[in-house]
Design a protein. Structure first.
Length: 153
């Protein structure tokens, strides 16, 4: 009996040692006409996103924080927030970006938007620009984390 208990203890201790705590860092941005979609998206994925470190541009971040998320906010997009998110991507401080863009409206900070998209491409960081692509990126992250966890144990 003692041998069995000792083996169970060692086995559970190994699982704890091998379990990796991975904090995914995500940047969330939404143009004014897409903020409601962003809030809806984070609410639908609340359980999974609670495990993420969330960065967001000004107003988008305040909307997300009202839903109970811990958010690190940067400036609003037109005031340099998109550029700040891009800098975080370039310095490997963001792993994935979800940017719900409004392609039917004009934006004075469009050069910053294009720069952010280019930086994501340069640094091979996944970028979702609509809810469906964001869903599939989160699904891929979830599947990858589950596979990694199973391999480690």
């Amino acid at each position: 009996m003692l041998f069995l208990l000792k083996n169970l203890f060692i086995e559970s201790k190994l699982k704890l040692i091998k379990t990796k705590i991975i904090m995914i860092k995500i940047g969330l941005i939404a143009h004014d006409g897409k903020k409601a979609e962003m809030v809806s998206f984070v609410i639908k994925n609340k359980k999974f996103l609670k495990n993420f470190k969330i960065y967001a541009t000004g107003t988008t971040g305040s909307h997300i924080a009202r839903e109970g998320f811990e958010v690190t906010s940067v400036l609003s997009g037109p005031k340099g927030g998109d550029a700040q998110i891009a800098a975080l991507v370039a310095t490997h401080n963001i792993d994935v970006v979800v940017f719900f863009r409004d392609p039917l409206d004009k934006h004075p900070h469009e050069p910053d938007v294009q720069m952010l998209m280019r930086i994501c491409d340069v640094h091979n960081v996944p970028l979702a620009t609509n809810p469906k692509s964001a869903y599939y990126i989160l699904r891929g992250i979830k599947d990858h984390l589950e596979e990694t966890h199973e391999e480690d144990i």
